[in-house]
Design a protein around this ligand. Structure first.
Ligand code: BG6
Length: 485
């Protein structure tokens, strides 16, 4: 692993992500003594502030967004002393020279985090390079969205690569910072019992659901140009799929893990115009109620009619030896009935039931990995219902259910960005997305989008507070499978 840097430079320091996630995460790391003692954090954005004003704003953000019980005055005072602020207009190239003066000597290592609109990435990188802030001791982290399609993502990646080689580029997918996502690797590769079953001989299908109750929450301008496929599937859900489907890496390191993920992403069978109507469903929410509260429709929230999907369900196939014939159903949407992120793996039923002659039916085993709101691992097994079986054997599905919050109650639940920021500061790229992964993701997504436009597919309506349009049910029922709810 590389050395820890001595300065973190945060672009977009007054933005929403910084206030809600990044600054609270850095505070959390500081509170646990995980930040290098001398680490300076320099925030920058267009708003004109001085250090004291930035610290006041940060204190308010910490009080508002840190999980309960974490904020402590003395820790906050220490953390805030690390903070400095430099106003900067990215579009003014000369401003970077004075930024470089404020940053000072970078020989102790500098990590830069771009949490700005992607349209600002190129001018920022050009400015940094011209000001000498792209030397070999500098790392660059990029927050999504990295483009809107393959071509625009290549433009961004090329601009980054012109100043920062791949080994110093850290592309963020915050799902990889989530503890349960990493636990997927532990479950698969630190236990011997699953691997022999982890293939098309024993697994019937996989479902990945990321359901959110929220709407677009003031992010309409960004979201309307993106939609669920690009906002959630292109990155987070394909990363989850890759972690479920990948071969065992030779080591838990950046090269080995990412080599295996990219092989899966490249094996995704393209969904073209001939399949798109059967293998994808899109929807947009209309007025309804979520968790008992009435909520407006997407177009009302946006203030105009729109053809953007807020829900997508699709059937993906991984064309390789391990997964031949195993569908991966993915589904994500805004304004669903409940917040629920899970990976559901259904095994095949027993090949022959000895209980059938006694009137009992078996059900296939299931492994359910819950990511949100609670972190859990549940294995559903068949068991005999107690009794003397005078009327035949009765079998019932019972859960072996482990809540990770209980199993690890002595550990604080961390924000996903804590892990990613620490890995950035320390220079470990394992949980960041490599360029070839992003490109494979975009290529697959672009094909779906062009098939949608070739077939004139537009989102069907669903009422807020439901599981999407009824066609999403048909997507799996056609294969004799029900969504796990
Ligand atoms: C972001 C998307 O990447 O992930 C948002 O842009 C979405 O639209 C969010 O709400 C979901 O993240 P999480 O961690 O709340 O599941």
């Amino acid at each position: 692993m590389a050395d820890a840097v001595s300065t973190l430079l945060l672009f977009g320091a007054t933005g929403d992500l910084a206030r809600r996630m990044l600054l609270p995460s850095l505070y959390g790391l500081d509170a646990d003594g995980l930040l290098p003692a001398a680490l300076r954090i320099i925030g920058t954005a267009r708003t004109v502030l001085d250090d004291a004003e930035f610290r006041d704003r940060t204190r308010a953000a910490l009080e508002e967004h840190l999980p309960q019980g974490i904020f402590k005055d003395d820790v906050a005072d220490r953390f805030l002393r690390r903070l400095h602020y430099v106003p900067l207009d990215i579009k003014d190239p000369s401003a970077f020279a004075s930024l470089a003066t404020d940053v000072g000597d970078t020989s102790g290592g500098l990590a830069i985090f771009l949490s700005t609109a992607p349209s600002l990435f190129k001018p920022t990188i050009d400015g940094l390079e011209a000001a000498g802030l792209a030397s070999p001791t500098v790392r660059m982290a990029l927050e999504k969205p990295l483009g809107t399609d393959f071509a625009s993502s290549c433009e961004i990646n090329d601009a980054v690569a012109s100043a920062f080689p791949e080994e110093r580029t850290f592309r963020i997918d915050h799902y990889l910072g989530k503890e349960t996502v990493q636990n997927l690797l532990a479950l698969r590769f630190a236990n011997s019992m699953f691997e022999p079953l982890w293939n098309s001989t024993h697994i019937d299908h996989v479902q990945i659901t990321v359901a959110e109750t929220v709407g677009v929450e003031g992010r309409g301008d960004y979201y309307d140009g993106s939609g669920a496929l690009r906002d959630m599937v292109q990155n987070h859900m394909l990363q989850l799929l890759a972690l479920v489907a990948m071969e065992p890496p030779t080591n838990f390191d950046a090269t080995a893990v990412r080599d295996e993920k990219v092989k899966v992403l490249r094996s995704l069978r393209p969904i073209g115009p001939d399949d798109v109507e059967f293998h994808t469903v899109t929807g947009q929410y209309t007025r309804g109620a979520v968790e008992g509260q009435p909520v407006p429709g997407y177009a009302d929230e946006l203030g105009r009619a729109s053809g953007t999907e807020t829900f997508v369900a699709l059937k993906a196939q991984v064309d390789n030896w391990r997964w031949k014939g195993v569908p991966f159903y993915l589904r994500t949407g805004k304004r669903m009935p409940q917040r629920d992120t899970e990976i559901f793996i259904q095994f095949r039923d027993v090949p022959y039931s000895i209980f059938a002659s006694r009137g009992a039916t078996t059900r296939p085993n299931k492994l359910i990995i819950g990511l949100q709101p609670e972190e859990s691992i549940e294995l559903r097994l068949m068991a005999k219902t107690p009794g003397l079986d005078r009327d035949g054997v009765r079998l019932r599905e019972i859960p072996l259910d482990i809540g990770l919050a209980n199993a690890f109650s002595e550990y604080r639940r961390r924000i996903a960005y804590e892990r990613l920021l620490l890995d950035l500061i320390e220079g470990d790229p394992t949980l960041f997305v490599r360029r070839d992964e992003v490109e494979a993701q975009w290529k697959w997504i672009d094909q779906i989008r062009s098939a949608w436009s070739a077939k004139g597919i537009s989102p069907r309506s669903y009422s807020a507070g439901t599981w999407g349009p009824s066609a999403a049910i048909a997507l799996t029922e056609r294969d004799g499978i029900s969504w796990h709810e």
